[in-house]
Design a protein around this ligand. Sequence first.
Ligand SMILES: [Zn+2]
Length: 93
Amino acid sequence: MLTNQNGSLGKQPPTVTIDQTTPYNCKSCGSKVFDVRFMLRKASKIQTGMDTDMVVPIQVYTCADCGQVAEDFLPNIPGLYGGTKQSDTTSNE
Ligand SMILES: [Zn+2]
């Protein structure tokens, strides 16, 4: 017989206490305080098959002082942030 085990005891995340962590400072101004913000990605309705375009929010951290995005904590999505210095195809001018 097969039993389905949802939420079984698998890998548990390592327990880390605060004193085992290291501080993270803004690379631009050195601030230690960050805001939680969202980048938005749009999925075309043609891709999703829905009636309207879909918005996909991606949580990011920005420096509370200068607004610099903490790039170290960005999800690994190619072209999500940076690298777009208007050097490639100019489409909106
Ligand atoms: Zn900053």
